[in-house]
Design a protein around this ligand. Structure first.
Ligand SMILES: Cc1ncc(COP(=O)(O)O)c(C=O)c1O
Length: 374
């Protein structure tokens, strides 16, 4: 890459861009991490500097996410996809003999998670299905459409857990807490562990730890880069002795007992303070640009469930979308193409995406509209 190439304005859905300051720090410490004379990639995971790094990472995570001592923080491998399986295996074991789980299907990721659970022997009940209720994954279905086990009922004795995905990265559908999430909260008995896949919106808003038993997220969007999966698990779910064997790399108890160092961990992560307000500011700028475009840009998602992380929109036709993407690349924007299963445009606004990049995109959208009238 020529030295004077400007930094790309990267709106990719993951891996996300990284702050320049983090990249520069990684560059300088590559040959000599903290006076060790080697890079962090070469350090033994049993060495003091590496253990200190792990402790620092976990305590930062605990502080940023305000995680109480009732919950343990595990650093695992296998990404969000690994946790689709881990959730099913660990919770079937911890909550035996219960075999049912309620999945709120609001987009491709919760659908995949439900399918994996089913394949692993969970009796999956769809608490709600956005595609069936709304004709597509365009929002969070209203309270009346939800089916959850009743408080104190027999179902509760049979339900191992309930599951939702906080932000559907492909469809741009996000639970707007606390209003919409209250559908889950008010109907679900407190004794049923609630699991959240927050892969694409962790570290962007507070989490109610009195309600969430398990929260997980791959690091590659809002925390750092790929390779590490953060799994926060309520400790009572780690205490259970069960005869069922869970593959070692997916077993939360094995990971917790070894302080996340059961086997050689990946050496790639960063950290970033994410702010709810900043996420709202960035995304509302794009939604406002669409709303003020007289229908030139159309967001398919219900206003109440529009994602702050993955802003999806359509233009009048696919030819115009192709032109939009071509011109966006010439202007310096990259990875604005929507997911192949959904089409259209998708701008991902994770924590490291600067407001100035979003302002530039909004400006580009206005100029494109002016230059290509319908
Ligand atoms: C919400 C969500 N869950 C799960 C995954 C799967 O994560 P991974 O690619 O880390 O397996 C993704 C990936 O983009 C995602 O966006």
């Amino acid at each position: 890459m020529p030295e004077n190439t400007p930094r790309a304005l990267n709106f990719g859905a993951g891996p996300s861009p990284l702050p320049l300051s983090v990249l520069m720090k990684a560059q300088t410490s590559l040959l000599n991490y903290e006076g060790t004379g080697m890079s962090v990639m070469e350090l033994s995971h049993r060495s003091k500097p590496f253990m200190q790094l792990m402790t620092h990472l976990k305590s930062t995570m605990r502080e940023l996410l305000e995680i109480p001592n009732t919950h343990d923080i595990l650093l695992m491998q296998g990404g969000g996809t690994g946790q689709f399986s881990a959730v099913a295996l660990n919770l079937l074991a911890a909550r035996a003999p219960r075999r049912q789980a309620y999945y709120a299907v609001t987009g491709s990721w919760s659908k995949k998670a439900a399918e994996e659970a089913k394949a692993l022997g969970v009796e999956v009940v769809e608490a709600v299905n956005g595609a069936k209720e709304l004709g597509g994954y365009t929002g969070i279905p209203p309270a009346g459409a939800w089916r959850l086990p009743e408080n104190g009922g027999k179902a509760e004795e049979e339900v191992a857990y309930a599951y939702y995905c906080g932000n559907e990265t492909i469809h741009g559908v996000e639970y707007s807490m606390p209003e919409t999430l209250s559908n889950l909260n008010s109907f679900l008995p407190v004794s049923v562990p609630l699991v959240a896949d927050l892969s694409s919106n962790i570290l962007t808003r507070k989490i109610d730890w009195t309600r969430h038993a398990v929260v997980y997220a791959g690091a590659q969007k809002n925390i750092g880069i790929s390779g590490v999966t953060v799994v926060v698990v309520r400790r009572d779910l780690l205490d259970t002795a069960t005869p069922e064997h869970i593959p070692l790399v997916l077993d939360w108890r094995v990971c917790a007992q070894a302080d996340s160092l059961y086997n050689t961990p990946p050496r790639r992560w960063g950290g970033l303070r994410g702010l709810d307000q900043r996420a709202a500011e960035k995304s509302s700028l794009l939604y406002r640009t669409m709303d003020e475009s007289d229908g030139y840009y159309r967001c398919p998602v219900d206003p109440g469930a529009r994602s702050r992380m993955n802003v999806v929109f359509r233009l009048a036709n696919e030819d115009l979308e192709t032109k939009f993407l071509e011109e966006s690349v010439k202007t310096g924007f990259v990875q604005l193409k929507g997911h192949r299963s959904a089409g259209g445009i998708r701008a991902s606004l994770y924590n490291a995406v600067e407001l100035s990049a979003v302002e530039a995109l909004a400006k580009f959208m206005r100029e494109f509209q002016a230059g290509h009238p319908l």
